[in-house]
Ligand binder design. Structure first.
Ligand code: 3HC
Ligand code: NAI
Length: 705
């Protein structure tokens, strides 16, 4: 027998243990080994029942996602075939889950006759996050076991539930506590089922819970309506609902056939390819050049945040949400009080939306300790500085931190544009200085750009990467350059959007095109949200170093001078009704735009949606190519993560670099070249883009030299 499964006998029960590290994915070889073990157990007259358990950290991550590209996931025995074999078995099969059991693993459990799980085991169907529907009967069996409403929540959200919740829902027969042994409990259950006089019960024959759903025919349309906003643009969540609906309206065999057909269609779609790419990109980003797997990390047990403004307050919340005590400091009691008040308001709003209990909110707030005493930072493991964007101030603060903080503490800065090396230079420990660039709102956006200074050590990077995971963030390592990768790519995008309105478009047209493309909002709505005054201040600050041939549209400055700061003043690129965030086009702005075009001597023209998309997207992709060429990012997929998690780039398009690959780099290059010929302005195609386009290669294939 292959080593992928181990077979043991406990009295008359065969225990099959899956052993396919790291995550027991059901790759072809494991499926063959499991099938052979099942058949051997069925054929052995001395065996009365079987148990399926697993070795390693988790039970299983489900199907091997890498097999979707080659089609090997359908090779016989496929997961659906294996599960049918189990469900039809004349002897009871009990599964013993631990750690995590998701996707095909959860579906396998649904086909078993008994289900045992260690306390805390995460069980779920995350297929939707990969742009597919569960393809091994999950959409047909789960509603039969726990009812349609609960099944829809699990399948459409992709979020796992715990074994305890599974027991309450009827999914898990027995939860095994820390003092128990899951395999022993499963063997005992298997033995009991075997001594039962009736044949093992088949999940597919259950109908009682489906009958209840047939009484509420509106349930599926209601659900579609409920997720419409959250799932905008995604195909898989709606395909999942269709499959569960088929479970209710069709006989099992037809429902399964419909699920299979839907699974194959989704698996072969561009959306699923992009979402699978994003899954592997997230894992790839954890592998950083020069940081070996076994690099020692500092355990972060206590943290501090300097500055309790917009970012500092949000970052402090990230620590509290992860259960890490955090001190926040300011230089003035009044400002500190106001910062803490903003944090409390933020939690209160989450509680009022029903997303957090008030006890949990209180527990989190109690982990945040406001203090004016700098010396209190002496025994924290990491400090994240989030004071004003001012080099002199930051240097002063890092000098003081160096004197006060423990010798092994990490000193991080949340600067959005300043030179991390210069900041590190004032300390005696530049190897422990790193940038941790959170995105606004810091407690919501998942991206942290981890800025690696010239001296930053592998230990500091490993610590910061591990910390970002603990905070529920996606950490992406980038090098030092002006504005780092995310904002550096954002600037040409916003700049072109502004030139387009001088040439003939209006903000609402540009925003509509980018919203329809899948971004949460277009550049003008974003500018109103972030604050036109903030953008103005950044431009003032950067003016002395602005390259003379880098022009920017002056319309935003005019808005600033008119006191139109965006949502906060109910007027910006748009106007806003009292208490509403809905942008309404404003004739005053349209007049300003038209008169600016006139003053510049530009004859306004009709601009197509296609030109808008290309003029905004391709320059940011072009800047991404420069960033790769300069070694600021290690791989194109890191830039894709930055856009997905920092700016809400639609995951079903895989990020801008993946999008460029799917459009074809030849087309992107030639379009950039034509933009450059017409508009000049920093639109010259990047050498790497040109090079890859000429060779017929993709950003995905490119590796840093
Ligand atoms: N297939 C192939 N490789 C997988 C995999 C899978 N299902 N799940 C994880 N891996 C790989 C990862 O890429 C990583 O590889 P690397 O070390 O080379 O980078 C390695 O296994 C370890 O994974 P993680 O770093 O993610 O390990 P964690 O312990 O952090 O997380 C996990 C474990 C929660 C199970 C997480 O890996 C995960 O979410 N996996 C995917 C789960 C999933 O989406 N399953 C559904 C698959 S589709 C399916 O089952 C179809 C069916 O309906 C027919
Ligand atoms: P902010 O102005 O909202 O907050 C800064 C806070 O620092 C203020 O409350 C101020 O009182 C405090 N502060 C100033 N000097 C201090 C000192 N010596 N000791 C303690 N506290 C002090 O600014 P914001 O927006 O939070 O930005 C902070 C940093 O984060 C800046 O470096 C900024 O570039 C960066 N950043 C900002 C983003 C944003 O969207 N606002 C996004 C990402 C990074």
């Amino acid at each position: 027998m292959s080593q992928l499964v181990r077979i043991d006998r406990v009295d008359a029960v065969t225990v099959i243990t899956l052993d396919n590290p790291p995550v027991n994915a059901f790759a072809f070889d494991l499926r063959v080994a499991l099938r052979d073990a099942l058949v051997a157990g069925m054929d052995d007259d001395g065996v009365e029942a079987l148990v399926i358990a697993a070795a390693g950290r988790i039970f299983s991550a489900g199907a091997d996602i890498r097999e979707f590209d080659s089609g090997a996931s359908s090779d016989s025995p496929s997961l659906p075939e294996l599960i049918t074999t189990i469900e039809d078995a004349p002897k009871p099969v009990v599964v013993a889950l631990h750690g995590t059991a998701v996707g095909g693993a959860c579906e396998l459990a649904l086909g078993c006759h008994g289900r045992v799980a260690e306390a805390g085991t995460k069980i779920g169907l995350p297929e939707v996050t990969l742009g597919i529907v569960p393809g091994a009967g999950g959409t047909q069996r789960l509603p039969r076991v726990i009812g349609v409403a609960a099944a829809l929540d699990i399948i459409v959200s992709g979020k796992p539930i715990t074994a305890e919740r599974g027991r309450d829902l009827g999914l898990i027969d027995e939860v095994v506590g820390a003092d128990g042994d899951r395999v022993e409990v499963a063997v005992a259950l298997a033995h009991r089922l075997a001594t039962d006089s009736t044949a093992p019960a088949k999940t597919r024959e259950r109908d009682d819970l489906l009958a209840e759903a047939r009484e509420q025919p509106g349930i599926f349309d209601d659900y579609r309506g409920k997720i419409a906003r959250r799932a905008r643009g995604f195909e898989a969540p709606f395909a999942c609902i269709d499959c569960v609906e088929a479970a209710v309206t069709r006989p099992f065999a037809e429902g399964i056939a419909f699920e299979r057909e839907t699974f194959v269609r989704c698996r072969d779609s561009e959306q699923s390819k992009a979402q699978r790419y994003a899954f592997f990109a997230e894992r790839q980003a954890r592998k950083v050049r020069g940081v070996e797997r076994d690099t020692p990390e500092l355990t972060i047990a206590r943290a501090a945040v300097l500055g309790c403004g917009t970012m500092g307050g949000g970052i402090a919340m990230c620590f509290a949400n992860a259960g890490i005590p955090v001190i926040v400091t300011e230089s003035d009691q009044g400002v500190l009080d106001r910062g803490m008040e903003a944090i409390r308001r933020n939690y209160a709003s989450t509680v009022s939306k029903g997303r957090l209990s008030s006890d949990d909110a209180e527990a989190r707030i109690s982990l945040i300790e406001p203090s004016l005493d700098f010396d209190q930072l002496a025994d924290v493991d990491i400090v994240i500085e989030a004071v004003f964007e001012d080099m002199a101030l930051k240097k002063d603060i890092f000098g003081r931190l160096d004197a006060v903080c423990r010798a092994d503490a990490v000193l991080a800065t949340n600067t959005s544009s300043l030179d991390v090396n210069e900041i590190a230079s004032v300390t005696s420990r530049p190897e422990q200085v790193v940038g941790t660039h959170f995105f606004s709102p810091a407690n919501v956006m998942r991206l942290v750009e981890i800025v690696r200074g010239a001296a930053t050590s592998p230990e500091t990077l490993a610590t910061t990467l591990a910390l970002s995971r603990r905070l529920g963030k996606v950490g992406v390592v980038v090098g030092v350059c002006d504005s780092f990768a995310a904002n550096r790519m954002l600037y040409p995008y916003s700049r072109q959007a502004q030139f387009l309105i001088e040439e003939g478009a209006f903000p609402e047209q540009i925003d509509r095109v980018l919203y329809d493309f899948g971004l949460p909002m277009g550049p003008f709505a974003l500018s109103d949200l972030a604050g036109i005054d903030v953008g103005w201040r950044v431009r003032q600050h950067r003016e002395p170093t602005r390259p003379k041939n880098l022009r920017y549209s002056a319309i935003a400055d005019r808005l600033y001078e008119m006191g139109r700061y965006g949502q906060k003043t109910q007027k910006g690129w748009y106007r806003y009704e009292e208490g509403s965030r809905t942008p309404i086009p404003d004739p005053e702005v349209a007049d300003l735009i038209v008169s600016t075009s006139e003053a510049l001597g530009i004859e306004r023209r009709e601009i197509s949606d296609e030109e808008i998309l290309e003029r905004c997207m391709y320059p940011l992709i072009n800047e991404g190519a420069r960033i790769l060429d300069e070694g600021i990012a290690e791989r194109a997929s890191d830039l894709d993560l930055i856009w997905m998690h920092g700016f809400g780039f639609p995951r079903y398009r895989g990020g801008p670099m993946f999008y460029a690959d799917s459009v074809g780099l030849k087309h992107v290059y030639e379009t950039m070249k034509s933009f450059f010929e017409v508009h000049h302005d920093w639109l010259e195609p990047a050498p790497l883009l040109e090079h890859l386009a000429r060779e017929g290669r993709t950003f995905g294939e490119w590796t840093a030299p």
